[in-house]
Design a protein around this ligand. Structure first.
Ligand code: DP6
Length: 345
């Protein structure tokens, strides 16, 4: 018999950034973070997990190519999920012993992996959820987010849709460092995201190593985790609850700036944004200046690509303004934070 289950997980883009680990083995962060989930019609990973006594070892195929699963993070996810299944099997001997079988995972992204969009977040979230479905685990998304976090920190936020917080927790074993739903996408249905693919090249410094260098060398970073992020988390959560776009936008832009300032304060410095990224920032500034109010917000992760948040009613103004600066942009993609989208990549 072959046992099988499938699932999808969305991409999330942080508006309060995760940058820094207090425990690199368990992916325990130095601060809480908050993200907006993008529509699965646009950006998602689809994963099928299967197991059978006849399967030799474990394997993972990503976009048609065999992936290396020997890494400590992938192994930690497999180990945790198997242990949870083994506990169910021990309690009920009539259950098939899936925990002893080889696992076969097949994953596909509906967007080019090379676009440099947070694919590891959706990837680990889908992997964990697919295996949990296969094993029929009773765990809640929050409990599974603890497992996904060990694959990639930001993956814990992709177990939910909508507006999602990752509470840093303070326990040494990480049992309280998990994701939590702030509001479903339906709470703010006119939220939109424009993704400017500035460069599809693989990023220079990985997040994992970049944040380690920042933690070790940046003085500014200490100020960020002690004061800036806690204040931004509180303001952001309130802005989302009240659907206050201007506040949401201000914190989003300040957070991106603060994160990239800490990268520049890392010694030696790390630069993720390029000249086109900076042109996108100026374009957003000019859109807001012309409108006389804040109608667009930019954010950048560990790469040059820009995500712009705006409300649907401002689409003509925001998209119109961007068509002028799309010269150096290789592709772009528009999508709601939950429902529909159009794709041009
Ligand atoms: C800048 O989750 O990719 O996108 O835990 O080492 O896998 P690891 O890092 P990762 O870092 C994401 C950093 C970020 C900000 C964010 O998503 O919050």
């Amino acid at each position: 018999t072959v046992y099988r289950a499938s699932t999808t997980a969305p991409v999330n883009i942080a508006v309060v950034k995760y940058w820094g680990k207090r425990d690199p083995k368990l992916n325990l962060p130095t601060n809480s973070s908050l993200s907006v989930t993008l529509s699965q019609a646009d950006l998602r990973t689809l994963t099928t997990a299967s197991c059978a006594a006849a399967f030799g070892g474990d394997s993972l195929t990503l976009n048609g190519e065999l992936s290396d699963i020997s890494g400590a993070r992938t192994q930690a996810c497999f180990r945790e999920l198997r242990a949870r299944r083994a506990a169910l099997e021990a309690a009920d001997p009539s259950l098939p012993k899936l925990s002893a079988m080889g696992l076969k995972l097949v994953s596909e992204n509906n967007f080019p992996t090379a676009a440099g969009l947070a694919s590891s977040a959706a990837g680990f979230a889908a992997l964990v959820q697919a295996i949990a479905n296969l094993y029929e685990l009773p765990d809640t998304p929050a409990q599974l987010s603890i497992v996904a976090r060990q694959g990639s920190g930001s993956a814990c936020r992709s177990l939910f849709g909508g507006y999602v917080a990752w509470r840093m927790g303070d326990k040494e074993d990480g049992s309280d460092s998990m994701a939590d739903l702030v509001a479903p996408a339906s709470h703010w249905p006119n939220m939109r995201a424009l993704i400017l693919v500035v460069s599809a090249a693989k990023k220079g410094v990985s997040s994992t190593s970049g944040m380690q260098q920042t933690v070790a060398t940046s003085g500014l970073f200490q100020q960020r985790i002690a004061n800036i992020v806690p204040a931004n988390m509180a303001t952001m959560e309130e802005a989302i609850q009240r659907r206050d776009f201007a506040k949401f936008a201000e914190v989003t832009m300040r957070e991106s700036n603060s994160f990239h300032a800490c990268c520049a304060d890392t010694y030696p410095p790390i630069f993720y944004m390029n000249d086109i990224s900076k042109a996108a920032i100026r374009a957003v500034e000019s859109i807001n200046a012309k409108a006389g109010k804040t109608i667009a917000a930019y954010t950048f992760d560990a790469g040059p690509n820009c995500v712009v948040y705006y409300l649907d009613e401002e689409a003509p103004t925001v998209l119109g303004a961007f068509s002028g600066v799309l010269g150096g942009v290789t592709g772009w993609k528009e999508g709601s934070a939950g429902v529909k989208s159009s794709v041009r990549l």
